[in-house]
Design a protein around this ligand. Structure first.
Ligand code: ARG
Length: 455
């Protein structure tokens, strides 16, 4: 493979450590696209004869067909996808194939292939995120009036609606999609033509290959072109942040499906049983999504560690980039599909949500606000008085709206029966009319916004 300089073959451990074909075969189509662009450019520039260019292009089509049909034989002794394709090309078209690698190195080749792959992965991630947003939006539409406890510190805080809760995730996911879009805007430049590291003495046309591959322009610096992997890190960081967001929803599903909450129910299709406890209905997929978040962060950390301190330009260390990115892409894809399925599948239980909302005196803030608004009390004093009234209701084991006025007046004599208008869950939710608040009218605005946006 390495030509004249080498007389002996590799040690057996070398045959184990150097190949990347087992995983970089996933770059096959990108590699073919890069080779086509390069071959066309070489012929157009008169660097190779037109006839050889045409033979190479026909040969690349034949190779692609073998790969797509699953007939291509990948060989570990040919190390990677680049040499596998080139070697097969030679078998198919003969000598002309040897001209394809003019003015090119595997260093700019792999950087090109990998950027193309990550670019597609970003687009794919955005489509999957879109799907999850749509499932959440559909649940939101069903539950604009469904009241649940909103939590802070995992303690019942104030009543909110299930729609409002679902839409919070739609917002988070929109930012996740935005990160993938930003990553594409930055990574979409062409390393091809940087050759090994210093450029080439052949009169290549880098603008032409960049254009053919859909890149916005050639990368300005050939050393940067072959050594940069920050685009992969950026993709992995977008994957990691998206997984952390999705893991929160997964974690909430785990809680909500527990009988202790009972807020939602997943159908049999999204539930697993236990081998010993017949009553169990485990939200396995949600737990796995939550768990897989660590794996994707691990992918980011692994690649960041590979790149850290690595001298320019190319080092074989960089061959470690691909498995981390493939793993993160596969894991993110699987997780988003599982979440989309579960969100579409779940049935909310408004009665259980309501019971939980009633239990935690979540309208205590509304009581304090009433004291401020009607009695013109400073908020701190109102907070103290409302706290005393909650204590009284707790002792009497009733919700705030069921506590007799006489009991409340023992604590604050100026309270009137008008206060009951703010103590129910509905009154509380309906009153939160500030922009972005949980009042159904406001939540309907959010729904309309996302319906339009996700069209
Ligand atoms: N298989 C290599 C990789 O994955 C391709 C580039 C190899 N270049 C080299 N000079 N060994 O990065």
């Amino acid at each position: 493979m390495w030509g004249g300089r080498f007389a002996e073959g590799p040690a057996s451990v070398m045959k184990d450590i150097t190949p990347s074909i087992d995983f970089d075969k996933r770059l096959a189509l990108q590699d073919l696209a890069g080779s086509r662009a390069h071959a066309r450019m070489l012929a157009a520039q008169g660097i190779i004869p037109d006839a050889d260019g045409a033979a190479i292009l026909a040969g690349l089509d034949a190779v692609e067909k073998e790969i797509v049909d699953g007939k291509f034989v990948f060989k570990r002794e040919l190390e990677d996808i680049h040499l596998n394709i080139e070697s097969r090309l030679k078998e198919i078209v003969g000598e002309a194939a040897g001209r394809l690698h003019t003015a090119r190195s595997r260093n700019d080749q792999v950087a090109t292939d990998f950027r193309l792959w990550v670019r597609e992965a970003c687009t794919h991630a955005r489509a999957l995120i879109d799907g999850l947003q749509r499932s959440l939006l559909s649940q939101a539409e069903l539950h604009v009036e469904t009241i649940m406890p909103g939590f802070t510190h995992m303690q019942p805080a104030q009543p909110i609606t299930f729609a409002h809760h679902c839409l919070a995730y739609v917002e988070m996911l929109a930012r996740d999609a935005g990160r993938f879009a930003d990553a594409v805007a930055r990574l979409n430049e062409s390393p091809l033509g940087a050759a090994a590291l210093a450029g080439t003495s052949f009169p290549i046309d880098r603008k032409a290959t960049a254009k053919a591959l859909g890149f916005s322009h050639p990368m300005r610096n050939s050393l940067d072109a072959v050594s940069a992997r920050d685009f992969a890190l950026e993709y992995l960081s977008a994957c990691t942040i998206c997984m952390t967001n999705v893991s929160r929803l997964a974690g909430e599903l785990v809680q909500w499906t527990s009988p202790a909450f009972g807020f939602v129910r997943l159908s049999d299709a999204f539930t697993t049983g236990s081998s010993i406890m017949p009553q169990k209905r485990n939200p396995d997929a949600a737990e796995l999504v939550r768990g897989k978040t660590g794996r994707v962060l691990g992918d980011f950390v692994a690649l960041a560690t590979v790149v850290k301190g690595l001298a320019l330009a190319y080092g074989s260390d960089l061959q470690e980039d691909k498995e981390r990115v493939f793993d993160a892409a596969d894991t993110l894809g699987l997780s988003l599909r599982a979440m989309t399925g579960m969100i579409a599948d779940l049935k909310a239980d408004p009665a259980a949500m309501r019971r939980a909302a009633e239990a935690g005196f979540p309208t205590a803030t509304d009581l304090a606000d009433w004291l401020v608004r009607v009695l013109k009390m400073p908020f701190r004093e109102a907070h103290h008085i409302a706290g005393s009234i909650v204590k009284c209701a707790e002792e009497a084991q009733v919700s705030l709206d069921k506590l007799p006025l006489a009991e409340m007046q023992k604590i604050e004599p100026r309270l009137t029966k008008d206060v009951y208008a703010v103590l129910s869950l509905e009154a509380s939710v309906n009153s939160r009319m500030s922009e972005g608040g949980t009042a159904p009218s406001r939540v309907r605005e959010q729904i309309a916004f996302w319906r339009e946006k996700l069209k």
